[in-house]
Design a protein around this ligand. Structure first.
Ligand SMILES: Cc1cc2nc3c(=O)[nH]c(=O)nc-3n(C[C@H](O)[C@H](O)[C@H](O)COP(=O)(O)OP(=O)(O)OC[C@H]3O[C@@H](n4cnc5c(N)ncnc54)[C@H](O)[C@@H]3O)c2cc1C
Length: 473
């Protein structure tokens, strides 16, 4: 084994690349535009070019890359679709970006057991389009066109989590390549098992810091017999939030309930030309089940909305009408960004227990007013989770004001027994909040796990776990 400690970082990368050019000649790229695409994710991430991008086509390819990087001490950042928003995929210096987006097979499809096994680079949209004729679907639906491997790695969720849960509840097992290049399988196909440590859960949400996921065994669900959508506008955010909270507390089994505040709605109306809506706080609902059950859910929700001051309740059950009703919500992120296309933007992602949601939103609106910044709120309020898209001028002063507001919002959520991120994850952007959220003891357990599984710190170094005070990165 070569002594990696005496070669320079650039020389070590070159050793890895020259070996890979022999074994995977068509899969290594050092073209600048390809490196640029892999230098950052979405949102306000700092960019750093990887030295090269390697496109894996199999678990064995991933194993080959990691074995070489391990021997030569070269950092590796797994890359799915690059839609993460907290700097997750920004490489450190002298690193390789390992792109899994060519691994798009459905390895197994077991409709009789409602599960399938997929390669990590498949997107959830593509999975659902390939299995649509079977009457089954995979329900976790983050807004970006993300890969299922990336979704596992960030423990993603989306608008349907209120009914179906997140990646944590919907992944039964994984194939993972460890830092040394060793390939392991975790979990299996069964719905429950009480044997051993739950390694699947350990990798779900590990952001590429413990291993590279190459396959995932996923739960599937039957497409609902009936679906209805509804939109209800309110004079105040408080009325809308009260309605959403009561819908959950009364146990109405909504499939989706999303809030957009008046700033977000004004942006959506302008962006998607939605003349029938007003720039007022708005709830978007989806109901699924048998036709009678859907009808009951619609009626119960409408009555709660009316009691809380809802201004009408527009609902529909045909696909075209449902799409029309949800159009504003679907384009919310891009609509908010279009408010000021050159602005710096971050999207907060805090979450609290549902009973604390009204208090949090009220406090956040106060903080936004006090900051003088423009911010739009949109979110998965059925889970107690929402995003504040904060916009500011692209200057260092603007950046500081934006981060100050972000910190205030997170502090409020943590004080209400919440978390700084319901779904986006930690990456680089949320590192500073982890100790307050988890405590020093839990953080040290995370560091111990990381050291045991990746002693050379080559897997996405610097992400997810904040550096110990007084140590070098
Ligand atoms: C418009 C928009 C809307 C969004 N809405 C949501 C939302 O509703 N809910 C939500 O949860 N997120 C949302 N996101 C964030 C993003 O889509 C998710 O974080 C998603 O899970 C990232 O998947 P990806 O394939 O793009 O992963 P990437 O961004 O490529 O990678 C994310 C992290 O996972 C690691 N990784 C990627 N693939 C693997 C692998 N195979 N094995 C190990 N590690 C890996 C990377 O190293 C990185 O740390 C949104 C983003 C955008 C731009």
């Amino acid at each position: 084994m070569p002594d990696a400690s005496i070669a320079s970082p650039a020389a070590r990368v070159e050793q890895v690349l020259s070996a890979l050019r022999k074994t995977l000649p068509q899969q290594v790229s050092t073209v600048t535009s390809v490196r640029e695409e892999h230098s950052h994710g979405e949102a306000m991430d700092a960019a750093q070019l990887p030295e090269a991008v390697v496109f894996a086509q199999s678990t064995d390819d991933v194993s080959r890359v990691l074995s070489l990087c391990h021997v030569h001490h070269v950092p590796v950042v797994a890359f799915g679709a690059g839609t993460s928003v907290e700097g997750h995929v920004t490489p450190p210096e002298h690193a390789i970006s390992l792109d899994l987006s060519r691994m798009t097979d459905i390895v197994q499809f077991n409709p009789e057991d409602l599960d399938c096994r997929v390669q990590a680079g498949l997107t959830r949209q593509e999975l659902n389009s390939r299995i649509r004729d079977s009457g089954l679907f995979f329900p976790v639906d983050p807004g970006g066109e993300a890969t299922l491997g990336g979704m596992c790695a960030t423990r993603a969720s989306g608008t349907a989590a209120v009914k179906y849960g997140t990646m944590k509840e919907n992944v039964l097992g994984l194939t993972v390549v460890l830092a040394s290049g060793e390939i392991i399988r975790t979990g299996g196909r069964v719905r429950k098992s009480s044997t051993g440590y739950d390694l699947t859960s350990l990798f779900i949400g590990s952001e590429g810091t413990l291993g590279v996921i190459t396959e995932a065994q996923l739960r599937l669900y039957g497409l609902p017999e009936a679906v209805a959508a509804a939109v209800c506008q309110f004079e105040t955010v408080d009325e809308a939030v009260r309605t959403a909270v009561e819908v959950i507390q009364y146990g109405i089994p909504v499939a989706r309930v999303e809030l957009a505040d008046e700033v977000q709605m004004a942006a959506c109306i302008a962006y998607s030309h939605l003349d029938e809506l007003r720039p007022l706080p708005t709830l978007f609902f989806e109901f699924t089940g048998g036709p009678a059950a859907v009808r009951e859910q619609v009626e119960a929700t409408e009555s709660l909305a009316r009691e809380n001051g809802g201004l009408g309740f527009d609902w529909a059950d045909t696909p075209e009408e449902r799409t029309r009703l949800w159009k504003a919500r679907h384009n919310a992120y891009w609509a908010a960004r279009a408010i000021e296309p050159t602005a710096l933007v971050i999207s907060t992602d805090c979450i609290v227990p549902i009973s604390r949601l009204a208090e949090l939103i009220d406090g956040v609106r106060h903080d936004i007013r006090e900051s003088g910044l423009r911010a739009a709120m949109v979110g998965h309020v059925g889970d107690g989770n929402f995003h504040t898209l904060i916009l500011t001028e692209n200057t260092s002063e603007g950046r500081k004001r934006l981060l100050d507001l972000d910190r205030k919002i997170v502090a409020r959520a943590l004080a209400l027994d919440g978390s700084c991120s319901g779904e986006h994850g930690v990456g680089l952007g949320k590192l500073e909040f982890l100790e307050t959220e988890h405590g020093a003891g839990a953080l040290n357990v995370m560091r111990t796990i990381k050291k045991a599984m990746d002693p050379l710190n080559i897997l996405n170094p610097g992400k997810l776990i904040p550096q110990e005070k007084g140590t070098c990165p």
